[in-house]
Design a protein around this ligand. Structure first.
Ligand SMILES: Cc1cc2nc3c(=O)[nH]c(=O)nc-3n(C[C@H](O)[C@H](O)[C@H](O)COP(=O)(O)OP(=O)(O)OC[C@H]3O[C@@H](n4cnc5c(N)ncnc54)[C@H](O)[C@@H]3O)c2cc1C
Length: 378
């Protein structure tokens, strides 16, 4: 049985980002690393958007917006987000970028196989794929198992689920300098439903019909809403260039309780998805960096996770939306109508002080959040 220092079960965003940090730190050249994924990571399976003020991954940013809009059926608000910019990275560009770096390191190997299981035996971990077995000092797992969340009800599970169409229109209807962060003018139908509009030129944009809710919709319903929205934009002729879809877990479930001394859950499987928004990319950049620093000083992976005040805010938000799913538009509208968007982004990045948190929280509808807090306390 072949032995590695580190085995990554699943090699998507969080695994590749952690390996990137490992490469950048240059302190792991003596470590043998195996990345396993059932997918060869050679297709553009997703597009990441995130707000950022650094130069991270500048080489592969496919589009940046200095201005964003928040819209509902009553108002349109232009959000002044500087020093942030809203940025887009195509999944395939990211995978190629990291694999190109990996190709220069002979201690890192990629294996295109399906992982069946892994187990921490105390002194080492055993990993089984559909074809072979390995042992490792440490397993980094990013294979998300929804069953562990669904099988409990202490921490409700919402999903950010969507279908996105990258379209090319005949008419020049888009303002390529402006992304629509959230457009709640779509019919809410008792849920939290909105559209992302991410234009890359006057005639090209990625449109994503998105819900924060418990249950997925039939595929046709997302597509009907996309068609309606495209008509509303005044587009008469268009071509769908690319499609993507996703269902991102939004939950405060304590994924990290499944970590052991020698194995750690990372990415969405480790609770690295921001529960209240489904945004993951930015969190992964931060957590992977922190994890690689941690690895250099510690050897018990159960000590990596630290719970903080933002976990509690997210918990209440998910409780509120789980109980009354139609409230999302009202909550986000209250925040963005008068709130400072830079402060809101910093709050969502979990970088605000308690006083700043209060400024944000104060803008939200009070009764549902107080009820959610009382329910948790009692
Ligand atoms: C279409 C889409 C768009 C998104 N857009 C955004 C966005 O704009 N901004 C944002 O912040 N977040 C976004 N997300 C959410 C989040 O950033 C991504 O889901 C991100 O890829 C999560 O990283 P991860 O490492 O947890 O999981 P993944 O990147 O999904 O990696 C998990 C890997 O495990 C592999 N795998 C699964 N099962 C097995 C198995 N049994 N054996 C071997 N390999 C296995 C998969 O093939 C995959 O490569 C999006 C998600 C999707 C799906």
């Amino acid at each position: 049985m072949q032995h590695y220092h580190y085995v990554f079960t699943g090699s998507g965003l969080s695994a590749l980002m952690t390996v990137y940090e490992i490469i950048m730190s240059a302190n792991f050249q003596d470590k043998s690393i195996l990345l396993i994924d059932e997918n060869s990571k050679k297709s553009n399976d997703r597009t990441w958007c995130f707000w950022d003020k650094s130069n991270i991954f500048n080489e592969i940013i496919s589009k940046k917006w200095k201005t964003t809009f928040f819209t509902n059926d009553i108002f349109i608000k232009e959000l002044e987000i500087q020093p942030f910019q809203y940025k887009m990275i195509r999944g395939l560009d990211f995978y190629n970028f990291i694999f190109e770096k990996i190709s220069k390191h002979t201690n890192i190997t990629f294996l295109n196989e399906k992982v069946l299981s892994f187990e921490d035996l105390g002194n080492q971990c055993v990993i089984k794929t559909n074809q072979q077995e390995f042992t490792a000092n440490i397993v980094f797992n990013s294979i998300f198992n929804p069953k562990i969340v669904i099988s409990q009800n202490k921490y409700p599970l919402l999903q950010q689920h969507f279908i996105g169409w990258y379209i090319k229109s005949k008419e020049p209807v888009f303002n390529s300098n402006c992304a629509t962060f959230m457009d709640f003018s779509v019919a809410q139908k008792g849920n939290t439903r909105f559209m992302y509009v991410l234009p890359t030129s006057k005639t090209e944009a990625l449109l994503e019909y998105t819900l924060f809710s418990k249950d997925l919709l039939p595929k046709e319903e997302y597509e009907e809403e996309l068609v309606k929205y495209i008509q509303k934009l005044g587009i008469t002729e268009y071509e769908i260039v690319e499609k993507e879809q996703g269902s991102i877990p939004m939950t405060c479930y304590k994924f990290w309780e499944h970590n052991t001394k020698n194995s750690i859950n990372i990415g969405s499987a480790g609770g690295w998805t921001k529960a209240s928004t489904g945004f993951t990319f930015k969190n992964v950049t931060k957590k992977s960096k922190a994890l690689v620093t941690f690895l250099q000083n510690e050897n018990d992976l159960t000590k990596f996770h630290k719970k903080d005040k933002f976990w509690i805010y997210d918990l209440l938000f998910i409780d509120v939306l789980f109980k009354n799913n139609a409230l999302g538009s009202k909550v986000f509208s209250s925040l963005f109508k008068k709130g400072n968007p830079v402060l809101i982004f910093r709050f969502l990045d979990e970088e605000t002080s308690f006083l700043e948190d209060l400024k944000i929280i104060w803008k939200c509808p009070k009764i549902p959040f107080i009820n959610a807090l009382l329910n948790r306390i009692l």
